[in-house]
Design a protein around this ligand. Structure first.
Ligand SMILES: [Zn+2]
Length: 56
């Protein structure tokens, strides 16, 4: 009897991580597929300078 109760509880908690991963995947595909490469390069370059990482 306790096994049945536990499996019912797990199915509800698995939805949130699955939804998070789905949103993350769609975001990654959108960023890599639809954003201009120069815009990604400029953004990464700005982050390097803003964080003080040696660049050029
Ligand atoms: Zn730079």
């Amino acid at each position: 009897m306790t096994t049945m109760i536990q499996t019912l509880g797990v199915s509800g908690t698995r939805f949130i991580p699955a939804a998070f991963v789905a949103v993350l995947g769609v975001t990654l595909i959108t960023l890599t597929g639809h954003v201009q490469a120069a815009a990604l390069h400029d953004a990464a370059h700005d982050v390097r300078h803003a964080t003080g990482f040696p660049c050029h």
